[in-house]
Design a protein around this ligand. Structure first.
Ligand SMILES: [Zn+2]
Length: 182
């Protein structure tokens, strides 16, 4: 599925480009995300993992929008009724009865102004002065950039290890001892 271009643009302009919406193939739902950092340039292409996509692009998940009024519980798979036009925490009954109390933040919205109005109503930056908003955004950007760098470092380490293994390069530490590759 794709997001109707007209709605994507309306959402972006309503939040001055701060929010975006994209279809998650993995979850089969729309993800509304907020930009909190700069996109990474050297990120491996072709990832389909939602968290990796968000880190790569510098976005943070705000809300999952379901296309229907039913969804599977992420813990037990039981069908859970998704509330229409209110984003509350949905409790999975079978999980709750087993004492697990699984709660899911989800809502079913049509992709129209009711969703944009709802996002405005839950926007934590709404009503703040421009200066304060800039401060919060800078703080979030710094946090996400640290997370992004950590993921990138892991990926680079992994790629370097793979390369050394493929090329048959022995990894030798400064002590002269050979290091064991994973
Ligand atoms: Zn459940």
């Amino acid at each position: 599925m794709t997001v109707p271009e007209e709605f994507a643009q309306r959402l972006e302009s309503a939040f001055d480009g701060r929010l975006r919406i994209r279809w998650s193939n993995a979850e089969g739902a729309y993800h509304v995300e907020q930009r909190v950092a700069r996109a990474l340039v050297n990120f491996p292409a072709g990832t389909t993992d939602d968290e990796a996509i968000r880190l790569r692009d510098g976005y943070h998940l705000i809300m999952v929008v379901r296309t229907g009024d039913r969804m599977p519980c992420p813990r037990c798979g039981a069908t859970v009724k998704v509330p229409l036009r209110t984003s509350t925490l949905v409790t999975c009954e079978p999980c709750r009865q087993r004492g697990l109390e699984y709660r899911i933040a989800a809502a079913h919205y049509p992709l129209d102004d009711t969703l944009i109005d709802h996002l405005k109503s839950i926007d934590p930056l709404r009503g703040m002065s421009k200066a304060l908003r800039a401060k919060v955004e800078a703080h979030n950007a710094a946090l996400t950039q640290r997370q992004q760098q950590a993921v990138l470092n892991q990926l680079t380490d992994k790629a370097n290890d793979d390369f050394a293994q493929i090329a048959g390069i022995p990894s030798v530490g400064y002590t002269g001892k050979e290091l064991t590759l994973p």
